[in-house]
Design a binder for this molecule. Structure first.
Ligand code: SF4
Length: 207
């Protein structure tokens, strides 16, 4: 491994340490643990099937069930039958859960300010590189597949000549740049393996 790769790994470790510590601080403020906090914010955005939620968070069904049961006891979420699949359960927020989720910060102010302080091009480049790293981890089955542009049927990387907006989203039929790459998009439609491989090759080849 080259020394630049080692420095990148050190940087990621530092950020991960900061993130873990801040998750526990936020959780403590809201009397939740970090997984419960994640489940609550996910279902506050949109009701999710239990099986999908576990996949998205990269946790086991048993661990998800424990978190949902704890949130249920606190009156923050409830389970209901999935109208499209009688055997599946949807998790949704209660009014109290929605109100708590609204007050929970997306991320600590200090990291939001640090990211906002980067130049626009740097933020876009960072998002592109992080998307590619996340995709590599998914391909290695180290983390679950996410609803990201790189795995989306609608994604067309580098099809436009405009260097600011070289990519195309077929869902909204619009061009966009690296800064618009999504990691969790509600309009995502899973690409075939060939499409996902092509997306990755094109995004990484033309930097
Ligand atoms: S639908 Fe969403 S995930 Fe798919 S290309 Fe468009 S923005 Fe990206």
């Amino acid at each position: 491994m080259g020394s630049d790769s080692k420095h990148i790994i050190t940087a990621l470790q530092r950020l991960a340490m900061f993130w873990r510590a801040s998750q526990w601080l936020v959780a403590k403020d809201f009397a939740l643990n970090p997984t419960q906090g994640e489940v609550l914010t996910r279902v506050a955005a949109k009701p999710e099937r239990a099986v999908d939620l576990a996949d998205m968070l990269g946790i086991s069904q048993a661990s998800l069930s424990d978190s949902v049961a704890a949130l249920d006891r606190k009156g923050l979420v409830r389970r209901r039958r999935d109208p499209d699949d009688g055997r599946a359960r949807m998790i949704e927020v209660t009014r109290a859960g929605a109100s708590l989720a609204e007050r929970m910060p997306d991320a600590p102010a200090v990291i939001q300010e640090a990211i906002a302080g980067l130049a626009e091009d740097d933020r876009a480049g960072l998002l592109r590189c992080l998307s590619l790293i996340i995709r590599s981890l998914q391909e290695a089955e180290a983390i679950p597949i996410q609803r990201m542009c790189l795995t989306c049927h609608y994604f067309r990387p580098h099809v436009h000549t405009d260097p600011v907006r070289p990519h195309h989203c077929g869902f909204v039929d619009a061009a966009f740049g690296d800064g618009g790459l999504r990691l969790d998009c509600a309009d995502h439609e899973t690409a075939t393996e060939e499409e996902a491989a092509r997306n990755r090759t094109r995004l990484s080849a033309v930097g």
